[in-house]
Ligand binder design. Structure first.
Ligand SMILES: NC(=O)c1ccc[n+]([C@@H]2O[C@H](COP(=O)([O-])OP(=O)(O)OC[C@H]3O[C@@H](n4cnc5c(N)ncnc54)[C@H](O)[C@@H]3O)[C@@H](O)[C@H]2O)c1
Length: 278
């Protein structure tokens, strides 16, 4: 199956998603606010391919084939796309406005996929003419195997089936998810990280002992606080707030320690300090 795929948003996730589709033989056009930003994203994918070649992980031929499948473009270049996956800002209106604009450009049977981590697919799709589905990839998207395929209230079953098939064709393992806050992974993972911050806040154990406990006691590759630092504590807080506001359930309240860390700008690896110093 060779598809024409548009990836909108050439940041961390857009690059990984575009890379995954291109490496599996699909024709990928990457779009961002400015052509130059899209080109920058494509250049970074090229550089990551070159690095894999220099380390002997992939052949030069495979890298060149993937590169030949990738180009930067503008919205109008997506007119004949079979699938468009957006990985723009995690802001409802930005995603809705993007799909409203694409509605006027793309062919009738184009599918719109959203890589949102926490927003409602049903709400993103509201008022959009083309079918919308969640395609939630995980960072780094070119390597992580999972795709949560999320159906909103109005996502047609045949679109879901097609997207499951497409996900498998690019070497991913899709799981079918009916829309619900946090989907599956974040609904389980993020409250676990938050719980670890409560344990720290209550003085029950030190940060490193909490992480060691979960690594050795639950066989997790990384402790929950180190993982929170990797994801970004602002993101962890934002996902807790979505879970809390969508359900009104107090079990999803963020800890006061987590909020304090975010207010102090201690967001984890990206700011050089979170529960650990980097
Ligand atoms: N980072 C993660 O681990 C992760 C994991 C899964 C899902 N997500 C989701 O993926 C999406 C993107 O996250 P990211 O971490 O790649 O962000 P990022 O900030 O690295 O990249 C976002 C990109 O989108 C571009 N952009 C913003 N508005 C745009 C618009 N209207 N049209 C075109 N391009 C636009 C920006 O210029 C930027 O290049 C978000 O919805 C996020 O929640 C992120």
């Amino acid at each position: 199956m060779t598809l024409k795929v548009g990836v909108v948003g050439a940041g961390t996730m857009g690059q990984g998603i575009a890379n995954a589709f291109a490496s599996a033989g699909n024709q990928v056009t990457v779009v961002d606010v400015k052509l130059e930003w899209a080109q920058n994203g494509v250049n970074k994918i090229f550089a990551s391919k070159d690095k894999l070649v220099s380390r002997g992980k992939i052949t030069e031929e495979a890298a060149n084939q993937a590169k030949a499948n990738l180009k930067a473009g503008v919205y109008e270049d997506l007119a004949d796309a079979d699938l468009i996956v957006e990985a723009v800002l995690e802001v409802m209106n930005v995603k809705k406005e993007l799909f409203a604009k694409l509605d006027e450009i793309v062919k009738d049977d184009c599918i719109f996929g959203s890589n949102t981590s926490s927003l409602s697919i049903t709400e993103i799709a509201n008022g959009v003419k083309h079918p919308v589905i969640g395609m939630h990839f995980f960072n780094p998207a070119d390597r992580m195997k999972l795709v949560e395929v999320i159906s909103g209230a109005n996502t047609p079953a045949e679109v879901k089936d097609k997207v499951i098939e497409i996900s498998k064709a690019i070497g991913k393992t899709p799981v079918e998810v009916n829309e619900g806050p946090g989907f599956v992974v974040n609904r389980i993972l993020v409250p676990m990280i938050n719980e670890a911050t409560f344990i720290l806040q209550e003085g029950i154990a030190s940060a490193s002992d909490i992480d060691t406990a979960m690594q050795l006691g639950a066989n997790h590759p990384m402790g929950p606080l180190a993982l929170g630092d990797l994801i970004g504590l602002d993101i962890v807080e934002a996902i807790m707030d979505v879970l809390y506001h969508e359900t009104g359930d107090s079990k999803y309240r963020a800890s006061t320690l987590l909020r304090k860390m975010v207010r102090a700008g201690k967001l984890g690896r990206k700011t050089g300090e979170g529960f650990y110093k980097y």
